[in-house]
Design a protein around this ligand. Structure first.
Ligand code: FES
Length: 107
């Protein structure tokens, strides 16, 4: 089973074994690690995460997820500057399916 590592702070990280193909948010929630969330449908962006390692081990974003991610990037760019998220992978935990090991943190 893939391992999902969740960075909780600079000093704390938790690891979870998740069945391949499962939705990231649902699987973590079932194991007691509830991430921020809202609609659970890919449109509000409340469940946004940064993928630190293993972005290739998540299912490709759907059109709805990608549209929400694009809006998040614009919003963060306006708040913190264009360079803030440059080179960083944003995903929505309520949409991404785990296919291999990943390391994430809340955004
Ligand atoms: S909870 Fe709304 S996009 Fe994931």
């Amino acid at each position: 089973m893939p391992t999902v590592s969740v960075v909780r702070s600079t000093e704390e990280m938790a690891e979870f074994e998740i069945p391949s193909g499962e939705v990231l948010f649902d699987s973590l929630d079932n194991l007691g690690e509830t991430l921020p969330h809202g609609c659970l449908a890919g449109s509000c962006g409340s469940c946004r995460i940064l993928v630190i390692e293993g972005k290739e081990n998540l299912s490709p974003p759907s059109a709805i997820e990608q549209d929400t991610i694009n809006h998040i990037r614009i919003s963060y760019g306006e708040k913190f500057g264009e360079a803030y998220l440059q080179g960083k992978t944003i995903r929505l935990s309520c949409r991404a399916r785990v296919q291999g090991n990943v390391k994430i943190e809340k955004l």
